[in-house]
Ligand binder design. Structure first.
Ligand code: SF4
Ligand code: SF4
Length: 301
């Protein structure tokens, strides 16, 4: 079983559109034995918007712990206030001479627990979201939802990927396609871990080229073999040239270029991959060529 992770240094490059199109193409042109999909962008999971999944399994995600004060035990001494570096301990708005912990500000460090002379504070494990196994027309999709303001997105990405991998192994599915999150922080690293091939979707804009360099360095650090595809390639030819020069310098293969095409966002609005809704469009032809190249690369890895 192989893992292909699709990443971009920034949002808005068309990564999820291409991932959805790959899912469609894999279902009609191989990979033989199908694919499993993992949406690793748990902060803003969008793959489900294009793939119309039907939920088959929903599981609560319990993450870190936050401090809570028992008002019946708190004597209002204030010992917990100065130890909190996050200014999370406040006067209780509902009870006189009691303290209260703001759950949004609390970082879960537990320093206040040790400072409290009456043992009024305890750490309480929090539910931070859900993860799902869903059926789509193109394969099983693992995805997640992180509650607003919650942390541990890297942990949730790992959980989504682990379950996708286990499902693929159990059902002898040869390929997991991972739609990675934008940026270069913790969830991206979780998305990269263990991948056999990383496809970077680069956009020929100033920000796109800057962020391409950052994601390339991140993937190189974690020793994920990389290839590049340039999306919206016709919006800035000089930018395409810069991306190609960067790729040459770093010995990274550029697999192809996808033109800017309003049919891509249009098909997303309709909830379908562009290759399914508009199979003869220029963008669909380019993405099909891209998929065929990726499939030949990942097969022997
Ligand atoms: S657990 Fe840490 S961050 Fe949270 S209230 Fe206590 S000291 Fe502050
Ligand atoms: S240290 Fe304990 S008793 Fe004192 S204010 Fe804080 S929670 Fe209340």
């Amino acid at each position: 079983m192989k893992q292909l992770v699709i990443l971009s240094g920034k949002g808005g490059t068309g990564k999820t559109s291409i991932c959805a199109a790959f899912a469609h193409l894999a279902s009609i042109e191989g990979s033989q034995g199908g694919i499993v999909l993992a949406d690793a962008d748990v902060d803003a999971a969008n793959l489900r918007l294009v793939l119309s999944p039907v939920e088959a399994e929903t599981t609560e995600f319990w993450g870190g712990s936050l401090a809570e004060i028992d008002p019946d035990v708190c004597i209002g001494c204030g010992e917990c206030v100065p130890v909190c570096r996050y200014y999370a301990v406040l006067d209780d708005p509902q009870r006189l001479n009691k303290k209260w912990i703001d759950p949004v500000a609390c970082d879960g460090c537990a320093a206040c627990v040790y400072a409290c002379p009456t043992s009024a504070i305890r750490m309480v494990v929090q539910q931070e979201g859900f993860w799902f196994r869903s059926d789509t027309a193109y394969g099983t999709l693992f995805h997640a939802e992180l509650f607003p303001g919650r942390e541990n997105s890297g942990k949730l990405v790992t959980l989504v990927k682990q379950n996708a991998r286990l499902w693929a192994e159990e059902h002898q599915v040869p390929l997991v396609i991972i739609d990675g999150p934008p940026g270069i922080v913790c969830p991206v690293i979780s998305a990269c871990a263990g991948a056999d091939l990383g496809l970077i979707i680069a956009e020929p804009s100033l920000a796109g080229i800057h962020d391409l360099k950052r994601i390339q360095a991140t993937m190189q650090h974690f020793r994920v073999p990389q290839v590049i595809a340039i999306n919206k390639a016709d919006i800035y030819p000089d930018g395409v040239q810069q991306i190609r020069e960067f790729a040459d310098k770093n010995n990274i293969q550029v697999l192809g270029e996808v033109p800017f095409d309003p049919l891509i966002p249009h098909s997303m609005l309709l909830g379908l991959p562009v290759t399914e809704k508009f199979p003869d469009s220029d963008s669909s032809r380019a993405i099909r060529h891209l998929w065929q190249t990726v499939a030949t690369l990942i097969e022997p890895l």
